[in-house]
Design a protein around this ligand. Structure first.
Ligand code: SAH
Length: 350
């Protein structure tokens, strides 16, 4: 997004009020406009029918009001998961996923176009980073999906394409707006941010003392193995990353979730499980095991169900809380970045 144009949906209510009063408007206009954007989710100034035409025209000239164009939606026949492909105003494509659970609707959003972290098993990073998303563009994914299904979204996970802590300021603004009582007012407790482990930012996030859940993509139980899967380990040693998670818990009282993608023959042995249990021993945390989602560009394969159960049992015997993530939307390019990639390839081949 061009920096010179005001991205009005990324302003908090105080900033919006300051902007509007600076134009000589009354403060209550800010609240009205904020509601149009963040509660009703309009995609044009013209839809703000109780705002005088003159002001709408002024805003139209001064600001951008971001809106996503829905390119495709794939609906899983297995579990109702919906995978959306959206186009941003500059033509870049992003993916978001809606998962329907008994406890409510959960949306998984992208935080960047592409990613520069280079995790070996991930499709989102294969072409590198294009740009970070603005707070407004992260919110739009949730607003658009909420409108599409006509239901409330109660949970948000920042676990789609991109590394959220590599887009830190926008992420913080996004969380502020998403959980603001004047907007959708999603509880901080229902927001999860997943990171590959950018240690200084994890510590900074801890110090904000938000009530969000931090998920750490661990994927290995030793520095050597982690290095093979995740280039970010060159920068931050596994011990530093675990320390940052302990710090997060100490600062916020929120239990960290460790994500561990099981890859057959790479990180799924009993020895790996024992090492993982030792690494996390004494920590009030949660381990989420995810059988790796194969991507066509790499030959990583899932362990069989027996190996997954064995791994889980070993961790549980050592006192850890473990869940095996139920795979959703496998029939609709469920894994991160696969849909966007497929679409780009088919556009390139036109
Ligand atoms: N960059 C952030 C968030 C995006 S990735 C992070 O690294 O956490 C979201 C999660 O999906 C991460 O745990 C990531 O490691 C995992 N992931 C990516 N590709 C995957 C695949 N093919 N199979 C299983 N998990 C995958």
């Amino acid at each position: 997004m061009e920096k010179s144009v005001k991205d009005i949906k990324s302003l908090n209510l105080a900033e919006l009020t300051e902007y509007l009063t600076g134009l000589g408007e009354k403060a209550f206009r800010a609240k009205q406009i904020y509601q149009w954007m963040h509660v009703r989710g309009v995609s044009s100034f013209d839809e703000m029918t109780d705002i005088p035409k003159q002001l709408r025209e002024k805003l139209q000239g001064d600001c951008v009001l971001t809106a996503l164009r829905q390119e495709t939606v794939q609906i899983s026949r297995q579990d109702g998961t919906r995978k959306y492909l959206f186009a941003l105003a500059d033509g870049n494509l992003i993916e978001s996923v809606l998962m329907r659970y008994k406890h409510g609707n959960s949306v998984c959003i992208s935080s960047q176009v592409g990613c520069r972290m280079g995790c070996r098993f991930c499709a989102s990073t294969l072409d590198g980073l294009v740009r970070g998303l603005a707070a407004s563009e992260m919110l739009d994914q949730i607003y658009q999906i909420g409108k599409d299904i006509g239901e409330r979204i109660s949970n948000v996970v920042v676990m789609g394409t991109g590394e959220p802590l590599d887009n830190f300021e926008s992420l913080l603004k996004f969380i502020e707006l998403l959980t603001d009582e004047n907007g959708l007012h999603i509880s901080q407790r229902n927001v999860t941010v997943s990171t590959c482990g950018i240690v200084p930012r994890m510590r900074e996030l801890a110090e904000r003392k938000l009530a969000i859940t931090l998920a750490l993509s661990l994927h290995a139980s030793s520095q050597e193995k982690r290095l093979e899967l995740m280039p970010v380990a060159n920068k931050y040693d596994i011990r530093e990353v675990i320390d940052a998670c302990r710090y997060y818990f100490a600062q916020t009282g929120r239990r960290v979730t460790y994500e561990y993608s099981l890859v057959a023959g790479v990180n799924d042995t009993e020895e790996d499980a024992a090492q993982l249990a030792a690494l996390l021993s004494g920590q009030n945390c949660h381990v989420n095991l995810i059988p790796v989602n194969p991507i066509v560009e790499r030959d990583f394969v899932q362990p069989d169900a027996g190996a997954v159960t064995k791994f889980k049992n070993k961790l549980e015997k050592n006192g850890l809380n473990v869940t095996v993530r139920r795979e959703m939307g496998r029939d609709i390019d469920g894994a991160c970045g696969q849909l966007r990639r497929k679409m780009q390839k088919s556009i390139e081949n036109l």
